[in-house]
Design a protein around this ligand. Structure first.
Ligand code: ADP
Ligand code: AMP
Length: 210
């Protein structure tokens, strides 16, 4: 099963993509995670990506497309994958279509802008493994410490309120047009992303099939 997660930054794409990947035993491919890993390792790609990410802007298509093409052509993606944070522009969607791999579902996790600002302020990310939590909605067992690896949690620089507003504008201008694109392709499914994490997931499972 090949699945695309759509939605504003902070809508819950990553949260749901991880649950989908675990249930359906397919790789979770997050371009944001790939960039953050590159930043941590100090690679050239990481250095270039960081300048855009810190400003709340999208990384240019030419830096994103090739890495996703390489990733989805790997052996473990044969039976499918869940793409989280890609595509984010029409040219990226066209590049994906050109690969000739038929996507089964584009799931739009729908959350109004008002909720997003609050969500992002409470999101915490692990400095070690990148796992994400929420102070209120998905807390860790011990405050400030990652359940998975025991490292420290931080507020991502790009989750600070001013950057979130910028990212939301960028989302509406450059990414939201993908909703029409995948509606026209006949694979768009919308779920209400404002309800509990487990309820959102149940609704996704109803779409994908148990
Ligand atoms: P995205 O990958 O779309 O940027 P995340 O999955 O990281 O978003 O979710 C953003 C924040 O909101 C995280 O802190 C996450 O724990 C929290 N979150 C995700 N889904 C929900 C939900 N349905 N209700 C409340 N909080 C949620
Ligand atoms: P995310 O973790 O998905 O919220 O992504 C964090 C940041 O990485 C985004 O705000 C962008 O700057 C960059 N990014 C991730 N995926 C893409 C993409 N497909 N195209 C362009 N930029 C991306």
């Amino acid at each position: 099963m090949k699945i695309i997660m759509l939605g504003a930054p902070g809508a819950g794409k990553g949260t749901q993509a991880k649950k989908i990947a675990a249930k359906y035993e397919i790789p979770h491919i997050s371009t944001g995670d790939i960039f953050r890993a590159n930043i941590k390792e100090g690679t050239e790609l990481g250095k270039k990506a960081k300048t855009y990410m810190d400003q709340g802007l999208l990384v240019p298509d030419e830096l994103v497309v090739d890495l996703v093409v390489d990733r989805v052509n790997q052996e473990d993606c044969k039976n499918g994958y869940v793409l989280d944070g890609f595509p984010r522009t029409i040219p990226q969607a066209e590049a994906l279509a050109e690969l000739g791999q038929k996507m089964d579902y584009a799931i739009d996790v729908d959350v109004p802008d008002e909720n997003i600002i609050h969500r992002m302020g409470g999101r915490r990310a692990c400095v070690g493994c990148g796992a994400t939590y929420h102070l209120e909605y998905a807390p860790t067992k011990v405050e400030g410490i990652c359940d998975a690896c025991g490292k420290e949690l931080i507020l991502r620089d790009d989750d600070k309120p001013e950057t979130v507003k910028k990212r939301l504008n960028v989302y509406h201008e450059q990414t939201q047009p993908l909703i029409d694109y995948y509606t026209n392709a006949g694979i768009l499914k919308t779920v209400d992303g404002t309800v509990d994490i487990d309820v959102v997931f149940q609704n996704i499972v109803e779409i994908l099939g148990a």
